[in-house]
Structure formats: structure tokens, C-alpha cells
Design a protein around this ligand. Sequence first.
Ligand code: SF4
Length: 480
Amino acid sequence: MKKYKISNIKWYLSVSFRKLRNQIRFNNLNKHISEGFVNKDILIKYNKSRVTGPEPCVCHAPLRSLYFDIHGKATACCFNRTYILGQYPYNGISEIINGENRTFLQNQLCRQNFMYGCQHCHKLIDAGNFEGVEARLYDNLKNQKNVPSEIVFELDNTCNLECIMCHGEFSSSIAKKQGLSKIQHPYDDEFISQIKNYIPYLKVAKFLGGEPFLINIYYKLWDLIIDLNPKCKIILQTNGTIFNEKVKDYLNRGNFYIGISVDSLDKRNFEHIRKNAIFETVMNNIDEFIKVSNKKGNFVNISVCPMQQNWKEIPDIVKFCNARNVFIYFNTVYTEGFAISELPEEKLFEILTYYKTSKIAAKSYIAKRNSRFFRNFISNVESWYNVKEIESRFTRKRHLWNYNKLREALILKLNEDESAIKVLDEVIDKSNTEFYLSDENVQTLDNTKSEDIINALKTESKDKIRHRMLSFVEKGKFGE
Ligand code: SF4
């Protein structure tokens, strides 16, 4: 039986209180959304889905969180890599934290301006994948004015795997294979000593990689956290290949919440995607992570990257998580050759139909929540499909025309010019053969200028005009 900690119950109560307060305060959210924000309706719908209720600030990451990348750059989160708040060691940590950039970005996001590197979240809101929006992770983080209540560390890329959708920046093994030298990160003892001042205030510390259990500096940081702020949640994302006595010891001493990456339940596909991993080892380790976490009343989650290579397995991965009572998270993959969004319309339709007809029982709290996340992911696929469908609708030949209709359309453009009409009647096909035109073809006809048509009818040979007419019927262009 899973233990639920008092802190989790307290968290639930405080979130419910904030939700009620925001619902009353921002009852008419429309009033608080900047004029000029294009898709107000979807933003209001997104706000209704937020765990702490609706509010004008679309994201609280800038003032509540801080992210460090492998090059020393500090940003508000790992998705916004363009709006830099500072860079260690050129800027000290207190300088970064107290700098104006954090407040500036926060103010922009309170005016629903996603232009400073936040397009990732904007796209997911627009696509209706509300549960996938990174910004919502910061809604229930404690507001401590300027002092971050969360720090995300992505300090080193040491990794034993060469996942097919990853690259050298995130995996030292891939970098090595590509003959690249290891990235030398700038995080030294001075960094540890500066960050130490902020550890007592942290509610959450997140560790990304590389593979966190292979990154030495993380063990130093975990020692500090366990020593100075043992209640701080230590959230990490592992590839699940490492579970040993040292890891177990840390998990027992610290307040760890483990996320494990799983992209397939089929040994062949799993080992193809997560190159160098052994499927059975990871499955076994998942059970070990769940065992230790359950004992402490902490949660485990499975992160999945839905891709062209594993789309069919997604419903089974949801069921796998439900059976183990663990949360599922869906990452959005944008990499060329992997992203589902780049598939053609027919394939997207097939995927959408497959997902929509997948039956997933959802009785427990976690299973219901996982189903909700799956439905949100389906919305994302649907939005990709809709984009492709609109594109193809424009170019699909779906309007039935005949030469008589084409004649009428052309006559409207001839401004009652008798001699041009006469030529047209001499050259136009009288068989009244039917043909199909697309929206694009009809638009081409609409956009063709009257003077160009009149000029062609009056100056060109009849054969050439017939050729142009045929070219329009067959290719949608009047041609040369
Ligand atoms: S809006 Fe999204 S991308 Fe921007 S800071 Fe917040 S979480 Fe990061």
C-alpha cells in the first residue's frame, strides 16, 4: 500500500486554496488578457486547466525557478534557452538571481508575451496540449519574491547511452562517437560554494543530464541538499540503466522523486531507440526505483518521447504506467526524422484514429490523471493533423468544374471587351468536359489580372491560348 506523506496532503490543500482564490480573483480573466493577444479563447481554456486556477501570468518560472545549462548559462527554464539571465562564472549566482532580466521576463509573461524565448509553451497552449505545457509546472511552486524555490541543474552531459533522437550536446557517448571532445563545463568548487547559500530556500532541485547517476558534481550537490535542506524534493530524470548500492543509499537518505525515460516496451525497439541500454536491466531497475520510492511515499514517473519510431506503443506505455501506479509524462520531440508532427496527413490520421480508439481503463487517481495526459497528447497530434489537412485541402483538387464554368469566370474578367470575348469563344473547348480544381487553382484564377487575360487573348496565337487553357485545367497555372 502506497504511503502518502503529510507534506503531500499539505501541498494538495494549499494548491486547492490557491485555486479557489484565483477563481474568485480572476473570475473574468478576459479583462486581464492583453489586447492584441491573438487566441484569447484558447488561453482562457488553458487557464481553466491550471492546477492553481486562472491568472494573468502565464508562467512563474522566471522568478520562482532558475536553470543552469552545461555552458554556465542561466535561463528561466530548460525550454527557454534564448533569453539568458546570466552566465556563470562571468556572473556570480547572486548577480544572476538579483539581475533585472528575471523581473523583465516575468513581467512579459504576466502580459502573456511569449516572444522572449517562450514559443514552446505558446505552441502547446495553441495546440490544446495543456498538460504538456512546461509553464504549468511553476504554478504551484512557492513564491519567495526573488529567491528561487527551484533550481534546475543540467551541468554535465556524461551519459552511457546514444539514444537515436539525442545529440552530442546531451550525451558524451554520442559526442565521443562523433569525434568531438567532451564539453568542459564551468561548474567548479566556487559554484558549489555560491549555490550553497540558496539551497536552504529550495523546495525543489531538479537534475537533468546526461545520466544524473553518472555525474559526479550531482553527488556533491545531493550531499549539500541532504545536509542543509533534507525536505527539498530532488527530482531527477534518469535513463534507468544505473541502480546500485550507492544510488540506493542516496535514494534512502534524500527526498528523491525519480523520472525514468521509457520509449518502448518491446526489447528490440527499446534497445534500438536507447542504444547501449539493456531492456531487462531497465525494467528491473524501474521496479527497484518504484520500491524505494513507495517506501518513502514519493512518486515515480515515466517520461516518454512519442516519435515516428514508437507511436504505436504509446497506449501500451500508458497501461504499463497505470499497472505500476506511476505517472506518465509526454515529451514533445521536434527532431527531424523523429517528430510525429512532420508525418504526412494520412499517417497522422491513422495515428489519431488509433489513439482515439485505444481503450485504456482508468479507475485509480493516477490512471485517471494518466488518461488525461494521454488525451492532451492526442489533442497535440490532432492539431498537427489539422495543420496538414488545411494545407492539403488548399492544394487538393476537390471542386468540380467544366469549360462552361471556366468561360463564365473568364468573361467576368474581360470587362465586356467584345473582341477579347470573341477570341475566347473561338478557342475555348466546347465539349464541356469536366475537371477538378483546388482552392489554390481557383485562387490563381481570381488573382490573374484582367489586363493580362485581355492582352493574351488579343496578342497571342490561338494555339498558344488553347495551350494556356489546357495548362490551367491540368496544372492549375496558365503557363507560358
Ligand atoms: S513560458 Fe514556458 S518556456 Fe517560457 S519560461 Fe515559462 S516554462 Fe519556460
